[in-house]
Write a protein that binds this ligand. Structure first.
Ligand SMILES: *Cc1c(COP(=O)(O)O)cnc(C)c1O
Length: 732
């Protein structure tokens, strides 16, 4: 299914490679050596990408796996390789180190770096209990459980070994301070995951720090177990430091050169800046610097360090910005560290807190938002830095998110030759005229819809059986009914899946169920709503919205005389996301504008041709073309202080749901009465949106902000992607 590789791999053994830190599998030795040497070369010509979470589950995309399956490689004469191979072919394929959009974006970005050959490495944490596993019960709503998984069993994860003692893991030491201003040490072992290019000729290593080892203090081990553990402020603060403060020690241990660009994917890892400032001051003043440091020294050092930092801010929502009580920091940092934070992390609204968004805003050479509208909002939120805030609109990794069925159609379409390497080819083609293509796309869409519908129906039946066998109350009304009610394929299906934060207003379209039911009954329109998503374990209002979705199922079904069927899929992850974005007929996005800075799931739908039905927020301001790519509804007016409020009374439920009910009949008429026109919308999405909202283009835009010297082939590739779009033009 994949295009022919530019390098030739004749035997499975050729994918086995060895480095100073152990044995790996996935790229030929010469590729491994070239990439590794690049990261260690004294000129530091690469990027360090720091992210609290990385979402890149191999069950959704993995070129090595595809290659093994395609070549029917199942056996090796070398027993060591046989072990790796078995693990690859049969091992668990989830790495639950992400919570949502931020992590999936990180994964997609690193995959595009690899495909484009942009020299980079990433740093994140390895969470032994993942984010959390979501159980859903119709009476209780969401129940959170620890995720159990084993990095040891997971193919694509490799534990780095100590070069001095190759049978032992490599352990890095991260300096910390305890509440008495005393130095302590945290220890971490290191897992490497390689994001490997589609051609198996390049990779970007991710280093995941695993603090769950006996030599780490118990509070460190605990803080590393679960992503975004917010059971206490100190737990949260420590988790952030365990990411940022480990970056420099990790690079030293690996013999890697600190490059001119450190990219902070959100401010979570900003502690790396703190460390760099301290190092710089020590260089300026000598080892006893703490006895005579001045504020001017700190500012001078920060100015130097800022030259390395590129910072991406992802949200205007308060919960996305870390603030910690200054008093908390007296317990976990030394006085010089606090002197730096006093100067650089002060919070203008709240003098008793440190604000890490303010810190990252102050210490960088480039800062960007994740869409044009978000740029304008961020400038309003941070007027002092308005001049340097630009937009790099997010994207998604097209090879990850285009369904297998759609991908086969694209492979079979001569006009789309090369689409895997270059999503820009969709811009050049006249697919509107290609009847064969249209027919195939239509049938692929039907197939993906049947896959989703079958999945849902199986789930409903399974839950029904579980209910009979156990006390568990299943999430969905249809599992509890006596008669069997299923979803039908080819019924207009609306998808919605994202984190359950109140500003995302998952329940907006059910604000007036009688009105909604009335539209359907009058026209005898059938409709499926398929919903999924998790609420952060500490987000009680978010959990209530999820519960409301479950509570609406019965009323919606009965009031619409069975025409409307609302189903919730628990345990949202990348695999479910991929099945949903390709299996529905429209993708719904109903946040309060302008609080959805980007919203990437809608882009995943567009990659499959699926039209969006969305508030004019985030990426949709750029992806919406009237009458062509989908629909808009809801408030579109100017942005003011009220717009940024998340107070329930300012969430505009009545206005925006009314706007939705006015629009819905137009959408359903088109779908049921003019299917050819509906299909044209899909083709428009491919033509207009695939070339823009992909991470190859986004990565190429980031390269403009990086300090890199690229070889001529990579330069040419990057230039090509840069030409596809310029995020940072004014949109008014
Ligand atoms: C894409 C994705 C998200 C992010 O979707 P948004 O539209 O940005 O909210 C969250 N979770 C999963 C599993 C995803 O695949």
């Amino acid at each position: 299914m994949t295009a022919e590789k530019s390098i030739h791999i004749n035997t499975i053994e050729e994918l086995h490679c060895t480095g100073k830190f152990g044995n790996f599998f996935g790229v030929p030795q010469q590729v491994f050596d070239r990439v590794w040497q690049g990261l260690c070369s004294p000129d530091g010509n690469s990027v360090v990408y720091i992210s609290m979470e990385i979402g890149a589950d191999p069950d959704v995309f993995h070129p090595v796996m595809d290659f093994l399956i395609e070549q029917e490689y199942t056996e090796s004469s070398d027993p060591d390789i046989q072990v790796l191979l078995d693990k690859y072919l049969n091992g668990p394929r989830k790495i639950p180190n992400y919570s949502g959009g931020l992590g999936v974006l990180a994964g997609d970005t690193l995959k595009s770096f690899a495909d484009t050959h942009i020299p980079a490495m990433a740093v994140s944490l390895l969470y032994r209990e993942g984010y959390f596993s979501q159980i859903v019960d119709s009476k209780v709503g969401q129940i959170d459980q620890a995720t159990t998984w084993s990095p040891e069993e997971t193919p694509t994860l490799f534990q780095l070994k100590d070069p001095e003692k190759p049978d032992q893991p490599l352990i890095i030491t991260v300096p910390f301070y305890n509440e008495y201003d005393h130095h302590t040490q945290a220890k971490a072992q290191v897992w490497m995951k390689m994001e490997i290019s589609e051609e198996l000729d390049y990779f970007v290593p991710e280093f995941l720090l695993d603090y769950s080892i006996p030599s780490s203090p118990p509070w460190v081990r605990e803080a590393g177990l679960r992503l975004y553990n917010a059971t206490s402020a100190i737990m949260k603060a420590n988790q952030r430091r365990m990411l940022g403060a480990a970056t420099i020690p990790l690079m030293k241990a690996l013999g890697m050169t600190l490059p001119n660009t450190i990219h902070l994917n959100e401010q979570h890892g900003v502690a790396v800046t703190l460390q760099l400032i301290l190092q710089r001051i020590e260089k300026m003043l000598g080892p006893d610097f703490r006895t005579r440091i001045t504020n001017d020294d700190i500012l001078a050092a920060a100015e130097e360090v800022a030259k390395r930092i590129v910072y991406t801010i992802h949200t205007p929502v308060k919960a996305g910005h870390d603030r910690f009580a200054r008093s908390l920091y007296t317990g976990i940092s030394h006085d010089t560290c606090r002197q730096i934070l006093n100067l650089l992390a002060s919070d203008e609204e709240s003098p008793s807190e440190y604000n890490f968004t303010a810190f990252a805003m102050r210490v960088n050479r480039a800062v960007n938002s994740v869409s044009r509208l978000h740029r304008d909002v961020t400038r309003k939120q941070f007027p002092k830095f308005a001049d340097k805030i630009t937009a790099v609109t997010n994207g998604v990794h097209h090879l990850t998110w285009i369904s297998e069925t759609r991908a086969l159609v694209f492979d079979n379409t001569p006009a789309l030759t090369g689409w895997r390497d270059d999503p820009g080819v969709f811009a050049d083609t006249a697919l509107q005229e290609d009847k064969a293509f249209q027919k195939q796309l239509h049938s692929a869409w039907q197939q993906d819809n049947s896959i989703l519908v079958a999945y849902v129906n199986n789930m409903l039946a399974e839950h029904r059986n579980q209910m009979i066998e156990t006390w568990i109350d299943p999430p969905n009304y249809f599992s509890r009914l006596h008669e069997t009610v299923e979803l039908q394929p080819d019924v207009f299906t609306v998808g919605f899946a994202r984190r359950f934060s109140t500003y995302k207003r998952a329940d907006l379209i059910f604000d007036d169920i009688p009105a909604l039911a009335d539209i359907l009954v009058k026209n005898n329109w059938r409709i499926n709503f398929v919903f999924a998503g998790k609420a952060h374990p500490q987000d009680e209002p978010g959990k209530s919205v999820l519960k409301l979705i479950l509570d609406n199922q019965e009323e919606l079904y009965t009031r619409s005389n069975g025409l409307a069927r609302l189903v919730f899929i628990p345990g949202y992850d990348m695999k479910i996301a991929k099945m949903m974005v390709s299996g529905v007929h429209t993708w719904l996005n109903s946040p309060k504008r302008p609080l959805e800075a980007s919203g990437t799931s809608g882009m995943k739908a567009a990659m499959n041709g699926v039209p969006n039905l969305s508030v004019m927020d985030g990426w949709w301001v750029e992806g919406y073309h009237e009458g062509k790519t989908g629909w808009k509804f809801g408030y579109e007016g100017p942005i003011n202080a009220d717009s940024l409020s998340e107070d329930p009374s300012t969430l505009l439920y009545a206005e925006d749901s009314l706007s939705f009910y006015e629009l819905l009949p137009k959408v359903l008429t088109l779908f049921y009465e003019q299917p050819d026109k509906y299909l044209q919308m899909a083709i428009n999405n491919l033509h207009l949106n695939v070339p823009i909202f992909n991470t190859h283009r986004m990565a190429a835009e980031y390269v403009r902000k990086y300090d890199l010297t690229l070889d001529s082939e990579t330069t040419a590739r990057v230039r090509g992607f840069q030409k596809l779009y310029q995020s940072n033009v004014a949109d008014d």
